[in-house]
Design a protein around this ligand. Structure first.
Ligand code: EPZ
Length: 417
């Protein structure tokens, strides 16, 4: 099994163009189904989660191929509406295909997405919004059997601003007669990117980024050539690595506003951070201080996906920092691995307290999940000696090439087959 080997202690210097956003391209790939023709996606990151989505599109009868660095999808030949179990199991967020398949085909079938490393991942809000739009959904033998008949737009409200349920509702609403008004929608930038893509297809979607999204369904669609937004969590990861190791880096192609809670935390920890709509610069002496409590929350609150990497950046800070993980039940699985490197972290339910230590030591560690694995990359950059990171398939789900990217910033990092 391949490992990523990092020899810590290097200051990070340099400029990096940030990859396209995993959490934007996945719903956009599902949305390509709404147009029975060709769409071109640029800045589409080469991730295993994208590979899984491509396999689903091909299973459905669509074409999806890389051409000159862009992903070209043509759904004209779509002739199925089911997602088989083995493809669902590859990526639990495949449930995002449900709304789009229903909108296109009037029916859909897929297995219940399993839980994941972060704990149970219910889809009750996905199903309740689709049922509210007129879908008849039976849950039988671990499979979801959905008949849409005629989906009809209406006002509906989410009991919590679920990102995935918001995306599924928007995609299904594109197939509804009339207007759908979604209240208490999630406000993440990735939902704005989905809206922008849908509008490029000719769909009538408005309000994304606010808590109320309006969709007028059954609009004629056209092909689009669309560039996916940059990945704000990948950007946060590399900023945390530079903060922890010390150095001066510039990330381009990223909108600083999308990760302002992360840069505010790094500023409070003693980094010099500046940015605008196209780039972020960070300078750190590597000698950070503890900061006020970090409570994860739906956007625009502190992103749960950046909790692990910020924690890793603060492992050698002076003082103690409290983290409260309010989104997922089991999102501290990286703590045991960080402790192997000398971190002092105590966990009780949703609260973790990081007490800074003077030094971290390189060690053999294993990724527990996507962002937990990213935290090991950050800690490895700040640790003395070599860190060998195993089970790196978790990282490949969301990071196109961390060895390339951290290497571009001066890290002593290599992939060991
Ligand atoms: C998306 O997951 C992201 N994934 C996650 O990123 C991210 O952590 C999460 O949003 C929160 O920002 C993708 O976009 C592919 P939710 P999603 O529905 O849609 C509960 C990463 O590391 N809930 O907003 O699954 C749920 O259990 C990944 O890139 C229900 O109870 O997140 C969770 O506690 C990890 N019922 C909370 O809501 C539902 O029907 C937020 O989940 C749906 C969700």
């Amino acid at each position: 099994m391949s490992q990523i080997i990092i020899r810590g202690g290097q200051r990070l210097e340099g400029t990096l163009e940030v990859q396209g956003a995993k959490n934007s391209v996945l719903p956009i790939l599902a949305a390509t189904i709404l147009h029975p023709g060709r769409t071109v996606l640029r800045r589409c990151p080469r991730l295993t989660d994208v590979d899984a989505s491509i396999r689903i599109l091909r299973h459905l009868g669509c074409e999806a191929d890389w051409e000159d660095g862009a992903l070209v999808v043509n759904t004209a030949g779509m002739n199925r509406w089911d997602v088989p179990d083995h493809l669902m199991r590859e990526m639990r967020s495949s449930v995002i295909f449900l709304g789009a398949i229903l909108a296109r085909c009037g029916r859909a079938e897929m297995s219940y997405p399993g839980g994941c490393e972060l704990g149970p991942r219910p889809i009750d809000l996905h199903l309740s919004t689709l049922r509210a739009l007129g879908a008849h959904i039976r849950e039988e033998g671990g499979r979801l059997l959905c008949q849409a008949g005629t989906l009809a737009g209406r006002e509906l409200a989410l009991s919590l601003p679920s990102v995935g349920a918001t995306e599924n509702a928007i995609l299904a609403a594109c197939g509804c007669e009339g207007e759908t008004v979604l209240v208490n929608a999630a406000r993440e930038p990735e939902i704005v990117d989905l809206q922008n893509f849908l509008r490029a297809l000719g769909c009538d979607v408005r309000g994304a980024g606010s808590s109320t999204v309006c969709v007028r369904g059954r609009q004629a669609t056209r092909g689009a050539d669309y560039a996916v937004m940059p990945d704000r969590i990948a950007a946060a990861t590399y900023l945390c690595a530079a903060a922890a190791a010390g150095g001066e880096v510039e990330l381009t192609g990223v909108d600083a506003r999308h990760l302002s809670t992360v840069t505010a935390a790094l500023h409070e920890a003693g980094c010099h951070v500046s940015g605008d709509s196209g780039r972020i610069r960070l300078r750190s002496e590597g000698d950070l201080r503890s900061i006020g409590a970090i409570r994860t929350a739906p956007y625009p609150g502190f992103p749960t996906d950046a909790q692990a990497v910020l924690m890793a950046a603060l492992l050698r800070s002076h003082g103690a920092t409290v983290f409260v993980e309010n989104i997922f039940e089991n999102r501290y699985r990286h703590v045991d691995e960080l402790r192997r490197m000398g971190a002092d972290i105590s966990v009780a339910d949703r609260v973790a307290v990081v007490t800074g230590v003077r030094r971290l030591s390189g060690a053999g560690v294993r990724c527990t999940d996507l962002r937990g694995g990213a935290a090991l990359l950050v800690a490895g950059c700040a640790a003395e000696g070599e860190t060998a990171i195993g089970d790196i398939h978790h990282i490949r789900r969301g990071y196109e090439d961390p060895v390339r990217d951290l290497g571009a910033l001066g890290a002593d990092i290599r992939l060991e087959p």
